[in-house]
Design a protein around this ligand. Sequence first.
Ligand SMILES: Cc1cc2nc3c(=O)[nH]c(=O)nc-3n(C[C@H](O)[C@H](O)[C@H](O)COP(=O)(O)OP(=O)(O)OC[C@H]3O[C@@H](n4cnc5c(N)ncnc54)[C@H](O)[C@@H]3O)c2cc1C
Length: 444
Amino acid sequence: MTSVAPTLSDYRALRSTGTPSFFALPPAVELLRDRVREFAETQLRPAAERADDGRGGFDQRVLDAGHDIGLLRMIVPEEYGGLGHGILGTAVVMEELAAVCANSALVFGANVLAQAAVLLSGNPLLQSRYLTTFADEEPALACNVVTEETTGTTEVVLQGRFALVDDGLVARRDGDHYIINGHKRHVTNGRLASWACVYANLVGRSGSVGLTAFIVPLDAEGVTRSDTPDGPGHGPCLEAHLDFTEVRVPAENVVAGEGNGEHLSALQSNLIRASVAAISTGVARGAFEIAHRWSAHRRLGGLPLFRHQSGARKLAEMSSKIEAARLLYLQAAHQVDNLLPTPSYGPAVAKLFADRIAIEVAEEAMSVLGSRAYARECGLERYVRDAFGTLTHEGTPETLAQEIADALYPGGRPYSLDPPAVPVATDAPRPVVRRLGPSESGGW
Ligand SMILES: Cc1cc2nc3c(=O)[nH]c(=O)nc-3n(C[C@H](O)[C@H](O)[C@H](O)COP(=O)(O)OP(=O)(O)OC[C@H]3O[C@@H](n4cnc5c(N)ncnc54)[C@H](O)[C@@H]3O)c2cc1C
């Protein structure tokens, strides 16, 4: 197994020095992290390297092995056959995966995002029908479907509202079903997922009822999947475009009530952002580990690179940034799991910071490796590409900055756990805010 550079907040490193740790992870999370670290090194790394060399796409064996250790049911409650972890456990797993393969972190992370919608629905029927799939023998995937051709960042966050546009996904009621038509773009897991949490503009007799989320089985008649163009990073994350033509969905598949989609989506984002921040932290760590090894190997003027002051300074700066990013995402995950006030602020701060340092650390790693950085076999190129990848999903730097600023200034419009300001059209149930995972995150 490749050695991982010891880190200040690594519980085992602290324990081995006898230092009592304020940051001890709960034992169940520590156990999961160790399992995932081994899985990442033994199974994920070879698959990621093969894919990066163009010798394969997403490897089904990775999905199977991830399923074996529970990565497809991390936040699924135990009563539905899951591991019952919260966002803390999920985020720790995401760092481990992304330190080796950010694509795979995205695949397992998008699955969690879709499951979170079902958990937040508080609807036992949806939960027992759609969460239990992940305990089946065969691995199953889900996806979360928001992005449209014209509804990107601005509509979702910067204006504080979802815009309901003409060419977006539209749903209409038809007896005890809804009928969905339109197009969605850039859906992680879209190629393989068995069901999706799909956001559509629900239109009634007198106009738009509001954004509404539906659970849609993707084998339903009228659903078409198509490949997305090749991108610079996050390659095989099973991304697809999804088209919907007269797709019939039972009325019971509405998540959290008609017109409550905006609020549900904001809650999902708050839940998942600590994990996406952990992905960026993992990418930074992966790049750092390559530079860390190289600095011991490379001798200049008779000394290893890290013995030269400027080389040491670079490594120390990189390591410090990763430590800070990790503490921020752990704190944000703890806030989310324990429903502390304004949980939107902590996750947004964690993601903004981690996204930024991933790029900075990847850049520094390039400079540490010098000309070797340009040799594909050193493996750094992938991390440099992936460092930019998480900038686009679950909040761009601009949208995160706006959300943070809104929380800092009274009179702004921060997302919170309060109901949305806009009136909703029905008295159907709202999203249920429930504690995820074990009741105690432990050790904090
Ligand atoms: C690898 C990958 C996986 C993805 N997975 C999913 C998925 O599973 N499900 C899904 O629904 N979507 C997914 N997406 C799509 C992603 O969520 C969108 O790309 C994201 O919401 C940004 O939208 P956009 O690309 O249309 O960018 P735009 O909205 O066009 O934004 C482009 C840039 O302009 C900035 N900007 C926009 N408006 C303003 C403004 N008013 N002021 C200042 N700056 C502004 C933005 O911050 C951004 O930097 C994925 C994307 C990628 C790359």
